[in-house]
Design a protein around this ligand. Structure first.
Ligand code: PMP
Length: 398
């Protein structure tokens, strides 16, 4: 006689896993995979602009010249040459930085996780722009934070509304994407950066300044980093990334923070993954030493400018009367508002049936979504493909 041994179900997943739920980002990216779809959805850099041959050469060189070093474990803080190169770029743009102020991360996404680990207790309040970067909402949600949206207008967060919320909610952290924000493409003007820094200084607040897009400025002048403004210099963590300036598959970013916060992030990273890939960091440092990143960026910007302009030129004919949209000075995204009563999430199905995709705005809102909004990325396709995508969009929304 055989008996089936009694089994007991394993314990349930942590409540944070159940609370945060499936990632809408993954579902969005799945839409972009079908080759026949002209996708304005994914925030993907143009792959044909990757400097692939020079990156391959950099890997080959470090593996040939220093295999024992680049295949070995290394320090959590990161490759000194890579940190030195980032420090030099920041200093060159007016933000005095030494290699010791920096931690190399697995993309700026890991920087967000490290800040959350270093700073947040469950229940702590994090203020965010409304709308904001979806995966930041997920990251702070995973940390058990209570995420509170700050009202915004065409120029980003409204400083007065921010101050009122700081007094009411007593947040620990304000998360901002000041340059060419994801999803809106908006840039926070210099005067508002000063105002935000002043609020943080007067009321005691950390700022996470997430800047993966700043180097993709297509027109106008650089705005100052909040991290460089005196009132907020001791309480701002600046996050940067190689994803948009070299290639996102490298998964390389960096974090610049005041020393105690930096130390806490280093320890959090040690617990998470010991360090970012030694060989990837060494290859990136080699690439930066052997190539002119600014010349590469000039080519990328020229292509993106033409793509942004193609999208902006085609939108009036593609969108229903009464729609509005902005004109971003850089980055990757245009933010669209459909006429009253149109639901961008419901319309996405129709759009995909017509072979075109975008991202509905709703998931980017921490609260009170505007259901008629949507994000269009202009970087992935050529101007000709953008025109074709817009023809399909016009049919889908007609
Ligand atoms: N922050 C923002 C605002 C982003 O849009 C992204 C990527 N789309 C990231 C962080 C993460 O970038 P990465 O980890 O590739 O540096």
């Amino acid at each position: 006689m055989t008996t089936t041994p009694a089994t007991t179900a394993p314990p349930a997943l942590a409540s944070r896993s159940r609370a945060v739920g499936a990632s809408p980002v993954r579902e969005i990216l799945a839409l972009t995979a079908r080759p026949e779809v002209v996708s304005f959805a994914g925030g993907l850099p143009a792959p044909e602009l990757f400097d692939a041959a020079a990156i391959a050469e950099a890997y080959a060189r470090v593996l040939a010249e220093a295999p024992h070093r680049v295949l070995q474990y290394s320090t959590t803080e990161g490759d000194p040459a890579l940190r030195g190169a980032v420090a030099a770029r920041l200093t060159g743009r007016g933000l005095a930085t030494s290699a010791d102020d920096l931690l190399v991360t697995g993309g700026s996404q890991q920087g967000l996780t490290l800040i959350a680990a270093a700073l947040l207790e469950p229940g702590d309040v994090v203020l965010v722009e409304n709308p904001t970067y979806l995966a930041a909402l997920q990251c702070f949600g995973f940390a058990g934070a209570r995420v509170v949206p700050v009202p915004t207008d065409e120029d980003g967060v409204i400083p007065q509304a921010l101050e009122e919320l700081v007094l009411r909610e007593r947040p620990k952290l304000l998360y901002l994407v000041p340059d060419f924000q994801n999803p809106t493409g908006r840039t926070l003007p210099a005067a508002r950066r000063e105002a935000v820094a002043s609020v943080a200084a007067r009321h005691g607040l950390w700022i996470a300044e997430d800047d993966p897009y700043g180097e993709l400025r297509l027109e106008g002048d650089y705005q100052p980093w909040i991290a460089g403004l005196a009132p907020a210099a001791d309480r701002t963590v600046l996050l940067g990334s190689f994803s948009k300036i070299m290639a996102p598959g490298l998964r390389l970013g960096w974090l610049r923070a005041p020393s105690a916060m930096l130390r806490a992030c280093v320890i959090a990273k040690q617990a998470a993954d010991l360090h970012t890939s030694t060989v990837d960091q060494a290859a990136a440092a080699r690439y930066l030493a052997d190539n002119d990143l600014d010349a590469h960026l000039a080519r990328v910007r020229a292509a993106y400018r033409a793509r942004r302009d193609a999208l902006l030129a085609g939108l009036p004919a593609a969108l229903p009367a009464g729609s509005s949209w902005n004109r971003p000075q850089g980055g990757m995204f245009v933010w669209v508002r459909l006429p009253e009563g149109r639901d961008a999430t419901a319309l996405l199905r129709t759009a995909i049936e017509h072979g075109v995709a975008y991202v509905p705005g709703t998931p980017f809102y921490a609260a009170a979504p505007e259901t008629g909004t949507l994000r269009m990325s202009f970087t992935t396709h050529t101007p000709g493909e953008i025109a074709e995508g817009l023809t399909r969009l016009a049919r889908a929304l007609a």
